[in-house]
Design a protein around this ligand. Structure first.
Ligand SMILES: N[C@@H](CCC(=O)N[C@@H](CS)C(=O)NCC(=O)O)C(=O)O
Length: 216
């Protein structure tokens, strides 16, 4: 039995939970999954002991607690160096970290206006200028890195890295909200969507029945 437990929120809605989950599943890391539906009467009580300010994801390694998606991914990359969480070359690694930090700290308009929701597809959505700019920035990043590393493999930096895990929920959002993409970004999204672990999360999310009105 593994010492690792990943505490996640609803698969339908919890984009931050998807990130470390996808990375762990991609690498076939053995872990227990504990799902705590968000914004219910018991959510905070269930999250009380994890020191995460009542947020998910949280990783437990035995008694040890790590919270916040980026910190969890960094911890996992150190614990499983064979999986190469970051690119090997220091400049590539710096760029991968830059784009992950940007995902973690930015794109608020896109996140607010396009909340992740596996169950729904939206026919047309009117975006604010800020959300459109966020989407342009994300697609520009993807295009840049895909073109740069096209010969190394199908992921952002060629091989699967933390950057792909960090941007995975954006792929789901772009599909659900029917965001028009150019060929390079569309190919990248299709590749993410073809991975069995990603599909598994998406299908499980669709099966969930809890409704969080603010995210509908
Ligand atoms: N920066 C944090 C964000 C965590 C976060 O906001 N998680 C959401 C779910 S996706 C949550 O727990 N929301 C519940 C709340 O805010 O009470 C991370 O990267 O893990």
């Amino acid at each position: 039995m593994s010492d690792l437990t990943l505490i996640i929120g609803n698969k339908n809605y919890s984009s931050w939970s998807l990130r470390p989950w996808f990375w762990m599943k991609y690498h076939n890391i053995d872990f227990e999954e504990k799902r705590i539906p968000l914004f219910t009467e018991t959510t905070n009580t269930q999250l009380e002991n994890y020191y995460s300010n009542y947020k998910v994801p949280v990783l437990l390694d035995g008694e040890f607690i790590v919270w916040d998606s980026m910190a969890i991914l960094e911890y996992l990359a150190e614990k499983f160096p064979q999986h190469k969480g970051w690119p090997e070359n220091s400049e590539d690694r710096a760029m991968a970290r830059s784009m992950c930090a940007e995902m973690h700290s930015s794109f608020t308009a896109m996140r607010d206006e396009l909340p992740m929701n596996c169950r729904k597809t939206f026919a047309s959505i009117k975006l604010s200028n800020d959300a459109s700019k966020d989407i342009e920035r994300i697609t520009a990043l993807w295009r840049y890195f895909r073109k740069r590393y096209v010969d190394k493999g199908p992921w952002l930096f060629g091989h699967f890295s933390i950057a792909d895990a960090m941007y995975a929920p954006v792929v789901l959002r772009f599909k659900g909200y029917g965001i028009a993409l150019n060929e390079v970004e569309q190919k990248y999204c299709d590749h993410v969507f073809s991975h069995k672990a990603f599909i598994k999360w998406y299908e499980s999310g669709k099966q969930e029945s809890e409704i969080i009105n603010a995210m509908e």
